[in-house]
Write a protein that binds this ligand. Structure first.
Ligand SMILES: Cc1cc2nc3c(=O)[nH]c(=O)nc-3n(C[C@H](O)[C@H](O)[C@H](O)COP(=O)(O)OP(=O)(O)OC[C@H]3O[C@@H](n4cnc5c(N)ncnc54)[C@H](O)[C@@H]3O)c2cc1C
Length: 444
């Protein structure tokens, strides 16, 4: 009888594990990867999608193209019966039950929009490729509305773009947005560059707290040189359709808020009733879930202690992939009844871009900023991208965007029957302020 390893989640961790295992498993074992999307998203490139440096299709990789021998099921796992060793997934064909002998949880985390009042209603999270496309469209929509707006206060709100969070994604998206706006504005002659700007709010004393202080400062000065209004020690207290209010008083008038802070546990964790620490599944050093035989967890959803330095692993793609490789060895050991090993990994470095041709990096003890860091960032992510075809497409796109202006197409995925419905409706097709996520239908 066949035995089964099922992996839930086709992100960095899940796909790296499936790839590392599929050629090494003994006969009689089958790997099944279940994921709610058919692709893996290269999250580090999402800011590039916002800034139109690459197309959305170029930052996702179809899971089926990455796997040679695993079975892939597109579906959302909704329930796990640990006693029976089965899970249920909602798929295109309805509910599907899958048996497992080992179950690996690699389902990442979700964005937490409950951190600040008003965030859920008025802010745009950046977590999925759909979020990146939505933000890009929304930015173009704001500038287009400014062109037609005569009210000074409304123009001010429309022209200000606020990014909350000074970690990697906040810094990268602020830089990408500033560059994108600067490039796009020449096509909007009724909008002056002085009327448009990006504000980055960060509640810490310096940007990029994961990097040495000097690189955090370098990132801030690089962003400020591109005109980004960097506010340190600025914590958002509430968000509404017209401003971000700050703790301690004051606020920033804006109609567009991008949120890069806050994650919460995947809803499946609650159903599994597993021990959580800091909102993540607390795993043993070998990545098994304590007191749950046959269960393992890795990546963002797991809290893993790094045997290399005793610290908890950061929620990054680099650590998710390193954990996947270690877990492949441990699963093989478990299958062959050998002892497992504790996970340990020395970070290869960290990098962030701060806009076009600028970045900061700490790699192999070296601190880099400016163009060398930016080139290193691009070379590294090009190297990581699976398949030569995809690498080539991104390289061509990046080269293209260095020579030509960014694409300012505000693509509306409106279908024929929706246009007909809009025309028949007494509602205006383009609603006026208040500006909120309710405008989804026009920006999506
Ligand atoms: C904007 C942004 C920028 C980032 N930049 C960097 C960076 O520069 N460097 C870096 O190292 N890291 C970066 N990260 C973090 C990095 O992307 C994560 O650490 C990494 O993706 C974690 O991998 P994972 O496999 O644990 O989870 P994920 O990659 O999040 O994958 C989880 C998968 O599980 C699937 N899933 C969830 N629930 C279910 C379910 N119930 N059933 C089936 N499937 C499910 C999801 O669809 C997803 O495919 C960034 C993240 C973001 C959001």
């Amino acid at each position: 009888m066949r035995r089964h390893i099922v992996i839930v989640g086709g992100g960095f961790g899940g796909t790296a594990l499936a790839r590392a295992l599929e050629r090494r498993l003994p006969a009689g074992w089958q790997i099944t990867l279940v994921s709610e999307e058919s692709y893996t998203t290269f999250n580090p490139l999402l800011a590039e999608v916002v800034g139109a440096a690459v197309f959305p299709e170029q930052v996702v990789v179809p899971i089926r193209q990455m796997l040679a021998r695993c079975r892939f099921v597109m579906g959302r796992v909704t329930a796990v019966d640990r006693q029976a060793g089965t899970l249920r997934a909602d798929t295109l064909a309805g509910a599907l039950e899958l048996p497992f002998d080992h179950l690996v949880l690699a389902f990442g985390t979700r964005a937490d929009l409950d951190l600040v009042p008003g965030l859920a209603e008025h802010a745009l999270p950046l977590k999925l490729v759909g979020d990146a496309m939505f933000i890009r469209n929304r930015v173009l929509q704001r500038v287009a509305r400014m062109e037609l707006e005569s009210d000074a206060q409304r123009r001010r709100q429309l022209g200000r773009f606020v990014v909350i969070g000074g970690g990697f994604s906040g810094v990268e998206v602020a830089g990408a947005l500033a560059d994108f706006l600067r490039g796009a504005l020449r096509f909007y002659p009724r909008v002056s560059p002085d009327e448009v700007g990006v504000t980055l709010l960060h509640d810490g004393e310096r940007l990029l707290p994961e990097l040495p202080a000097s690189l955090g400062k370098a990132a801030a000065s690089s962003l400020m040189q591109r005109g980004v209004d960097v506010r340190l020690g600025a914590r958002a207290a509430a968000v509404n359709a017209a401003e971000v209010q700050l703790t301690g008083g004051g606020g920033v008038e804006t109609a567009t808020v991008v949120c890069t802070i806050g994650t919460r546990a995947n809803p499946l964790v609650e159903q599994l009733r597993l021990p959580l620490q800091r909102g993540r599944i607390a795993v043993a050093p070998d990545l098994s879930v304590p007191e749950a035989p046959g269960l393992w967890a890795l990546g963002d959803c797991a809290l893993v202690r790094n045997a290399a330095d005793g610290s908890f692993c950061p929620p990054t793609a680099q650590f998710a992939v390193a954990q996947a490789r270690a877990l492949a060895g441990n699963l093989l050991a478990a299958v062959e009844r050998r002892p497992t090993c504790a996970f340990g990994h020395r970070s290869r470095g960290t990098m962030a871009t701060t806009g076009h041709l600028k970045g900061v990096a700490q790699v192999a003890g070296l601190r880099l900023s400016g163009l060398p860091a930016w080139l290193l960032w691009r070379a590294w992510y090009l190297l990581l991208m699976p398949t030569w075809g995809r690498k080539l497409r991104i390289w061509v796109e990046w080269t293209w965007s260095m020579c030509f202006s960014a694409d300012i197409t505000h693509l509306r995925f409106t279908r024929t029957h929706e246009v007909d419905a809009e025309q028949a409706s007494p509602q205006p097709a383009f609603p006026a302020l208040p500006l909120s996520t309710e405008e989804k239908v026009h920006a999506a």
